[in-house]
Design a protein around this ligand. Structure first.
Ligand code: TTP
Ligand code: MG
Length: 604
């Protein structure tokens, strides 16, 4: 079950400090963006001035011939406005996309380097929402937002100067509603932020739900749970709808009231300006020009609301991003910087290792063992005994609560994590293939391997025959998680992948899924080749894998309760003997029901 980590509050200062660094590398682009934005606005500023000229100098003075140059000038101003605006959009998009790329990469890289335990607690869909949506929301404020903020304030300032130049008294009147606008903006800032925060959370949850159900689509169909899933989806989508409505309701009250307050400025100017025109203190053109400019004043003032909305949404998103970015990476967990030497023997030692995924729930208790280089150790024990957990610690997916693990006498917690994992090949319980070709998957651990090496590994893992029989051979696409292949095929590809990695230590978590005897034989051969001359930990379910091991450890409730060779353990007549007898019976029944390799496979 995944949980939702409540993001901590990010104040505006922290938000600015941590996000503005993303603009730094693109200073020139940002400056060009600003410049174009200002040009765009200033070309637009010519409009009221030319209008005023037409009214006062052309209409009032009846100079009809002057309308043509005035119209040409106006067209020119509009055209220049359009051209610089087009350039502004182009620069802004490029600049914004660069910032978004940098941010996404940072968040993704950080995510990849987080300890495995983090992913046990977080839904993939929610993490995806952070990388896609939340990054976009923060980027929007950085590029569009900063541009908008600067141009808005600059144009407000410029218009203010023009207005004051035209009439002090009218300007003073026109500015009266600003007090209301400031109060409104403050109210919005405080009331919208929590709303945006919960909206972001609901989006994350919805994405998590979709991802989960798409991955389990076969189970949904097989259990006929479409309606159940549909109801579950509707429930979450409904919660998202409600939280969106909450923020939009606040918005709905905020913007129109702000526009209304701004319009009062126009009313005040008309109320005071009309008598002034009548008494000859102001020309008609001047009043109209003033009103136009007033429009240009309140239009950017209104834009501040939109800006504020962007900020609140981005702050909520940044909280979700910073929560992740502030977590310690796995690398920080290892204390040393010296990697393993080129040649590692594969001598593995566990010294009194205890571990649990949750505090107070021990999964492994005081485990000690020594595996000499090249030794093959089988881990046996009932389900949930802690076998997978034991090998998870060797790969440093998790760190022991107490005790130490050594490879070639070096404490693995003092080895850089990449160097440690280079020494270990993992064939996991559920083989995982990436959505790509068979070749991509084979080369996953050893990208630079030659074609010969790859073919040899495929051969040794007994998969070359089935791969070559596919119409597209090694270029066959395996589908998401390798769904286009059978589990026996997937398993052999994952063995070939491990063979290619050529690490001195092998971890083999044998799949519990049963395959037919012929395939089992093929897999067994592949495994034997993989484990040859390597220290191997085999979590074994098949009897012949267990009995072939140099030593068997029997785990029970997180403790090693028996240890020895197959014969030694059988003579003990203890837990292993019971386990052996039960498995033997299971395998006997299985071979009665299913064909064994001596039967003609074609008959089925
Ligand atoms: P495992 O170590 O997975 O037990 P196992 O590998 O012996 O069992 P199986 O044969 O079925 O593969 O689990 C031991 C306990 O730890 C069990 O109670 C489940 C728990 N656990 C977690 O909480 N998180 C994990 O990531 C894993 C692997 C196990
Ligand atoms: Mg297991």
């Amino acid at each position: 079950m995944t949980q939702y980590t409540t993001p901590r509050t990010v104040n505006v200062t922290e938000f600015m400090q941590r996000t503005l660094v993303y603009l730094k590398p693109y200073r020139i682009m940002a400056a060009a963006n600003m410049l174009l934005a200002m040009l765009t606005i200033s070309f637009y500023f010519m409009y009221p001035q030319i209008t005023q000229y037409i009214i006062d100098a052309v209409i009032a003075k009846r100079q009809e011939s002057m309308i043509i140059p005035a119209a040409v000038a106006l067209t020119g101003a509009f055209l220049l406005h359009a051209v610089s605006n087009a350039l502004r959009i182009a620069v802004n998009t490029r600049f914004g996309q660069k910032v978004i790329l940098d941010m996404r990469r940072d968040v993704y890289d950080h995510l990849l380097s987080l300890p495995t335990g983090f992913f046990d607690r977080h839904a993939s869909g929610d993490l995806m929402t952070r990388i896609i949506d939340d990054v976009a929301s923060v980027q929007r404020i950085l590029t569009d937002g900063v541009e908008r903020a600067l141009t808005t304030f600059m144009s407000i300032l410029a218009v203010l100067v023009i207005l004051l130049f035209k009439s002090y008294s009218l300007t003073a009147l026109a500015l009266l509603p600003l007090a209301v606008l400031t109060a409104g903006a403050l109210w919005y800032t405080f009331s919208a932020h929590p709303g945006y925060r919960s909206q972001r959370r609901e989006i994350g949850k919805l994405n998590a739900l979709i991802m989960d159900s798409l991955q389990g689509i076969r189970q949904i169909k097989a259990y006929g749970r479409e309606e159940f899933e549909s109801i579950r989806f509707s429930g979450q989508a409904e919660r998202l709808r409600q939280s969106t409505i909450k923020v939009m309701d606040i918005w709905a009250v905020y913007t129109p009231s702000m526009t209304f307050a701004g319009s009062l400025g126009t009313v005040l100017v008309l109320w005071a300006g009309t008598p002034m025109v009548m008494h000859g203190q102001l020309s008609l053109g001047e009043l109209v020009g003033f009103l136009f400019y007033l429009g240009l004043f309140y239009e950017p003032v209104g834009r501040i609301d939109g800006l504020n909305q962007m900020v609140q949404s981005a702050r909520a998103s940044s909280e979700r991003l910073f929560t992740i970015l502030d977590l310690d990476t796995e690398r920080k967990e290892s204390t040393g910087n010296t990697p393993f030497p080129e040649k590692v023997l594969g001598d593995v030692r566990y010294e009194s290792v205890s571990f649990g995924y949750k505090e107070g729930v021990p999964v492994l208790k005081n485990i000690s063992l020594h595996a000499a280089p090249g030794e093959k150790i089988a881990l046996a024990g009932s389900t949930g005994a802690g076998k997978t957990s034991m090998v998870n610690l060797l790969l440093a997916f998790y760190r022991p609560v107490s005790g130490k693990i050594f490879i070639d006498s070096r404490d693995i917690s003092s080895v850089p994590i990449h160097s440690l994992r280079k020494q270990i090949s993992l064939v996991s319980q559920e083989p995982f293939l990436f959505n790509g070709t068979i070749r991509d998957n084979l080369l996953y651990g050893q990208l630079e391997a030659s074609l010969e090496k790859m073919l040899a590994a495929a051969d040794a893992a007994n998969c070359s025959a089935f791969i070559e029989a596919l119409p597209e051979g090694y270029e066959t696409l395996v589908g998401e998680r390798g769904v286009m292949l059978s589990s026996g095929e997937k398993q052999r590809i994952s063995i070939a992948r491990a063979l290619l990695k050529d690490a001195p230590v092998i971890i083999l978590d044998e799949a519990t899924a049963s395959v037919d005897n012929a395939t089992e034989q093929l897999i067994q051969e592949a495994l034997d080749r993989l484990m040859k001359n390597r220290t191997s930990f085999v979590i074994a379910h098949r009897l012949n894998t267990i009995s072939n091991a140099d030593r068997i450890l029997v785990l029970h409730h997180g403790e090693i309760v028996e240890e020895g060779t197959h014969t030694e353990l059988l003579n003990k007549q203890g837990r292993y003997t019971r386990f052996w007898m039960i498995r033997n019976e299971q395998e006997r029944v299985a071979t009665q029901v299913w064909p064994n390799e001596t039967m003609d496979k074609e008959a089925f």
